[in-house]
Structure formats: C-alpha cells, structure tokens
Design a protein around this ligand. Structure first.
Ligand code: ADP
Ligand code: ASP
Ligand code: MG
Length: 434
C-alpha cells in the first residue's frame, strides 16, 4: 500500500506543527504503508517572497510599494521571461525549507526520511514560468528511497522545464504536485491534509453554517474549484479525474474522516445542489457600438486570447441598426491589460467608435450539483431566491451541472448565504432542495 499525504502551508506553519506532521507520517508508515509526503511552504512564506520581488521591482520604477499585490505571481511583469524565471527560483525556495525541516523532524522522532526537491524527483514541466504544467516525472529515486524504508518528503509546487530551469505550478500548486505523484506512483489514495476537515457546501469562513460533504464527484469538485472554492487547485482535480486517483481532503489536526472525491458511480449523495462558490476575482467589460458583421467577435476575443487573458462569461445582445453590445468577464487582475488590448483594436474602418466600459466591482456566485442534470427549475429557483433578497442579476451562465450569476460585489456574500439556505444546504435539519 502506498499513500501520498500533502500538507498545506498552515499545517507546516510552525516547528510544532512540523513535529505533528512528522508524527502523523510516521504513524501512517507504522501502519504498514509506504508514505510519500508533499509539502507546501510554511504559511505566508510564498506571499513574503513574492512581496520581496514586487517591492524590489517597484523601487526600481519609483511606483511605491507593491508588496500588497503579493498573491499574484508576477502580474505586473507578466511576459518578462527573465523576471519570471528569477521569481520561480525565488518562490520555489519556500517548499525546500519545509521539506528539509520535515525530514529532520521525522529523523528526530526516530524515523527514517529524506527530502527531495523537484529536480531530484525529475519532475518535468512545460516552459510556463509561474504557472507551469506537469509533463511527467521519473519514479526511480522515490521508489529507491521507499524501498530503503524511508518516508520520502517532496517539495511541492515546483518542477524543472526542458531548459533545466526551475518552474512553479501556480498558487496552490502543491495540491497538483501531490495528485500527480499519486497518479504516477499508482498510490492507493492521495490525502490532502489542510486547515479544514473536508470540503464544505461553501467556504466555511464565509458561511459558518456550511456542511461537510462526505463524498463529492470529480466533476462537481472541478466546478467548485474553478468557480472560486480554493480548497483544491483546479489542476489537481483535473489530474485526479483523468487518472482516477481517490482524493481524501481532511484535517491535518485530527483523524476525523474528511471528504472523498470520487467518480460519479461511487458517489452516494446526489443532491440537486451540492455546493455554492463565490469568486471575487472577476471584472466585467461591456463594449457598445460593436459592428454587427462577421469576424468582429473573432477579432475581439482573438486579441484577448493573444494577450493570454482567459474570458469567462460572454453575452452578445440583439443587433440594432447594424451594431450590437457585447459584455464579458475576465479575471480582475487582467482587467487593465484587457482594456488596453481592446483600445488598440481597429475593428472596422468607418464604423462609429466602440465604447469600452469596465467594472471591477462584481463577483460571481455559482451553484453546482450533478443532480441538476435530472432536475428542471434549478436556475429559476436561484433567481427567485435572489429576487427575494432584492439582488440584481447582471449576467447568467449555465452548464449541465452549474448555474452562475454575476452580481454587484457588495451583494456577493448575501447572495451566497441566500442560495446556500434556499437550496437546503445549511447545517442541521434542511428543507428539500429544489
Ligand atoms: P492549504 O494551505 O492547506 O493548501 P488552503 O488555504 O489552500 O489550504 O485551502 C483551505 C481553505 O479553503 C480553507 O481554510 C477554506 O477557507 C477554503 N475553502 C474555500 N471553499 C471551501 C469549501 N467549499 N470547503 C472547504 N474549504 C473551503
Ligand atoms: N506555496 C505555494 C502557494 O502558496 C503552493 C501551495 O501552497 O500549494 O501558493
Ligand atoms: Mg491550498
């Protein structure tokens, strides 16, 4: 039996917690399992390192301290490859520290352990600094150390590109390191040990009455992660789904059973709505007076794609007098870049000027559940719930298993709570959903 255990930043935040993690890994090994541990940097460390890089950059340009933008990897200098390479060299060090400390803690507790960083396990990625994709890794070293009876502690979040440079996997990327290792090593399970004891119907920090979900399907988890529930990095769920890795999200502080992420056949709970997610990191752009002729929409979204901007929802209005309005959402961090790209577009010589309106003060709330496939009226029920709270809906999009609405940022949490309650997700006795 082989198990991969991933400990997030808060779980290795102090030496005391690192000692606890060491005990936990050793207990798992004593129970007869081979153990591969993947660690994140100690809590706050990745932000601190990004803050240093940003502060240095802003001094050079005389624009004040930009360290507060820490959570966004290189957003200000995106596209500057030399800068991004050094940023990855820098931020990857956080994981090296926690991996080495944990290996020492296991040794101090009488166990055998070795820490390995990305290139020592041959973790290959593509060339995209700060947001690289895993291509593969060589098992040899890990297998060899496991056979020697050691707990193998791997630094998460990092790999090596074909040119031999260190890359990182995007914020929250240690989740993906762990699931990818579990898939490649054909582990029996991948445990994600974190500061919540499972996946909840919504972020328990926003809605304390959120309920722990015992089993959730890969698809639902993928939607929730994509729609703003940051408990797992999106790519880790993609990997788990693709390779059928059973993932168990649970607390690093106690032994209670957490949430299993499984295929649909194995999921017993088939609530119409399984979870609600809030994404604050969206902004809305409206273009008016867009020439209504073939090719215009392609040029607009081609320009955004060319600038590496991921567009989410898109609405095009009916045409009036040869022109139309188009509204779409982009990540808030990309808003300036999107508007600049659109300004430089020359859509149709002779057409009136296109007006660009941008609005960062929006958010997206989504309800997710595989049960929606077989139940009608979920969207209309959601609209009624929001109407009762007097919340205006600006945009809507749906897929087979989700309904998303864009509302003013001010109403985001209210909308989330209302939908959470309205679909019977609150802890305690619930009304039936939909
Ligand atoms: P780690 O440092 O262990 O990787 P994260 O901070 O990345 O932990 O993820 C855990 C956090 O995810 C929780 O503290 C919680 O606030 C947040 N979260 C958001 N949505 C959910 C959800 N639906 N269920 C559980 N936690 C959620
Ligand atoms: N330390 C990295 C981050 O803060 C990776 C991770 O925690 O998963 O994003
Ligand atoms: Mg995380």
């Amino acid at each position: 039996m082989l198990i991969v255990q991933k400990f997030g930043g808060s779980s290795v935040a102090t030496l005391e917690r690192i000692r606890n993690v060491a005990e936990r890994a050793l207990a798992t090994q004593r129970a007869g399992q081979d153990v591969v541990v993947v660690v994140s940097a100690m809590a706050g460390e990745t932000n601190r390192l990004i803050g240093l890089a940003n502060a240095l950059a802003s001094e050079g340009e005389g624009q004040g301290d930009r360290a507060s933008k820490g959570p966004y990897l290189a957003s200000e200098r995106a596209g500057d490859r030399a800068h991004e390479r050094e940023l990855d060299q820098l931020v990857s060090t956080g994981e090296n520290v926690s991996a080495a400390l944990l290996a020492m803690a296991i040794q101090n507790a009488g166990g055998r352990a070795i820490s390995l960083v990305g290139h020592q396990i041959g973790l290959q990625t593509d060339g995209t600094y700060t947001n690289a994709r895993i291509l593969g890794f060589s098992h040899g070293r890990i297998r060899q150390e496991l056979t020697a009876g050691k707990v193998v502690v791997c630094a998460g979040f990092q790999g090596l590109n074909a040119a031999g440079n260190i890359t990182t996997l995007g914020r929250g990327g240690s989740d993906t390191s762990a699931v990818a290792l579990a898939a490649a090593l054909k582990a029996d399970a991948c445990e994600i040990l974190t500061d919540v004891d499972g996946v909840y119907t919504t972020d328990p920090r926003v809605e304390p009455r959120a309920r722990k979900i015992h089993r959730i399907t890969y698809e639902e988890m993928l939607e929730l992660a994509s729609l703003g529930a940051k408990v797992l990095q999106i790519r880790s769920v993609e990997f788990a789904m693709k390779f059928g890795v059973p993932v168990h999200v649970r607390s690093s502080l106690n032994d209670s059973e957490g949430t299993w992420i499984v295929s649909e056949q194995k999921s017993l709970e088939s609530a119409v709505v399984t979870g609600v997610a809030l994404d604050r990191n969206e902004a809305k752009v409206t273009l008016t007076n867009v020439p209504d002729v073939p090719g215009t929409i392609a040029s607009i979204f081609g320009a955004l794609a060319g600038a590496d901007i991921v567009v989410d929802m898109i609405i095009q209005n009916a045409s009036r007098g040869g022109s139309t309005d188009v509204t779409f959402t982009v990540p808030e961090n990309d808003l300036k870049k999107a508007v600049a790209g659109l300004r430089s577009l020359d859509l149709l010589p002779g057409a009136g000027p296109m007006e660009i309106l941008s609005d960062p003060d929006i958010c997206k709330i989504s309800i997710v559940g595989v049960g929606m496939r077989t139940h009608a009226g979920v969207a209309s029920k959601a609209f009624e719930i929001l109407a009762r709270e007097n919340i205006n809906i600006q945009m809507v999009s749906t897929s087979e298993i989700k309904v998303s609405v864009v509302v003013h940022e001010r109403y985001g949490e209210l909308a989330l709570r209302a939908l959470h309650a309205g679909f019977g997700l609150h802890e305690g006795p619930t009304s039936s959903a939909a």
